[in-house]
Design a protein around this ligand. Sequence first.
Ligand code: NAD
Ligand code: UGA
Length: 462
Amino acid sequence: MIKNICCIGAGYVGGPTMAVIAQKCPHIKVTVVDLNQDRINAWNHEDLSLLPIYEPGLDAVVGEARGRNLFFSTEVDQAIDEADAIFISVNTPTKTYGVGKGMAADLKYIELCARQIARVAKNDKIVIEKSTLPVRTAQAIKDILDHTGNGVNFQILSNPEFLAEGTAIEDLFAPDRVLIGGDTTPEGQVAISKLVEVYANWVNRENILTTNVWSSELSKLTANAFLAQRVSSINAMSELCEKTGADVNEVAKAIGLDTRIGSKFLKSSVGFGGSCFQKDILNLVYIAKSYGLNEVADYWEQVIIMNDHQKSRFSKNIISTLYNTVSGKKIAFLGWAFKKDTNDTRESAAIYVANDLISEQANIAVFDPKVEADQILFDLNYLETRTEADNKKYISIEKNGYDACNNAHAIAILTEWDEFKTYDWQKIYDNMLKPAFVFDGRNLLNKTELEKIGFIYQAIGS
Ligand code: NAD
Ligand code: UGA
């Protein structure tokens, strides 16, 4: 029976997943460790509104378990030593150097964890891949662990995480499925059953699926590829809708009623963002190519090509609609996060649209209810399109949506935050330059109401 868990990596996945395990399993001690002292300090912050990530319901879960059986620490060795099961939940970004640059997953953080576990472990441990990893990574982890000098036994399990940001807590409370992959040997099966027992504290056993380790690893990449593909598919149709007079919302509804297709994940948008879809598909493409499966690679790469196109055509449309020049014009951005209910901005479409418009010398005024000003500047600087000083010159960050829209030529909606729907749009219109444009990258607002006020309103796919 697992009584003591260590999780390496206190990020968007490690933090919420371990908080939920701790809340649901008071008999298990859960320690989440990270190298980043600031992040750990924030997880330990007395004021639960200052946790390092914003996620609805997370504060209550942490508030209940922290200090009881949930701990956040930078003492990585100690937590590994004490644990019977170690989750690896570190970041696996796209490689930015060497072979596979821009495509393959960078596994250096995973390897460092494996080596650290190998060095520290003095008794048998179950090591669980929680990070999203290329298929067959468990073999590499096993090779490293089996060469530990301490002569202990390791079982490697794959237990990918399917939570979506913004709904992480509800996803963790009631997952569609928990997937656990392990060795087909008797020892592997014992390890699997020990992890099943942890989840069975709150998840129905029918929803806990066990497979071999490779199927589990590959299922995670496949799930993200299929989800992203749906968004790119509906976005591809949105462009055709704009040319033909069809309305993408009506098309999505019409096809979604077919139970074989289903209605979820058919919302046309300015393009998907987030830390994982692009990274995981690029990784899938790289793996397929490395096996010589070029047609498979090309098929999935098209999902990314379509997404890049969707972001760039949104920017181009703003420029052409504003009479082919945005130079010196103020454009208000409502939203910067990659989706609502999160402060995460990784790969957010807003970053790329802002970058395009700044290249045309537009002045961008951003408001996002949860994203910090420093993060917005960091995201733009990260692209290295121009100097930090130039980025600063063209971007201002506002404390509320109304200020961002004051005296603007146009508003672009980049994130579907609920509060934007309840704004006083008449007041916003009155304080804008005319003609006043709204480019709704999330199909969030009511076209009829906005047009009645006097806005020139453009949505995606209609
Ligand atoms: P993150 O960047 O938010 O967190 C990773 C943390 O690991 C960081 O705080 C980092 O400091 C820490 N870390 C890195 N190396 C370390 C080491 N050697 N020792 C201790 N700490 C170390 O990343 P994330 O969003 O939580 O994603 C983690 C993994 O989960 C990725 O593989 C990702 O693909 C996968 N995933 C993410 C999501 C999501 O919604 N973000 C969902 C499912 C799966
Ligand atoms: C996604 C998956 O949904 C999770 O199952 C997975 O665990 C996670 O990736 C991961 O591996 O990191 P996440 O990126 O947090 O979760 O959020 P999603 O809700 O999937 O949204 C991703 C992007 O697609 C967002 O920018 C969102 O706005 C966009 N999207 C989503 C659309 O444009 N239209 C849709 O219909 C759905």
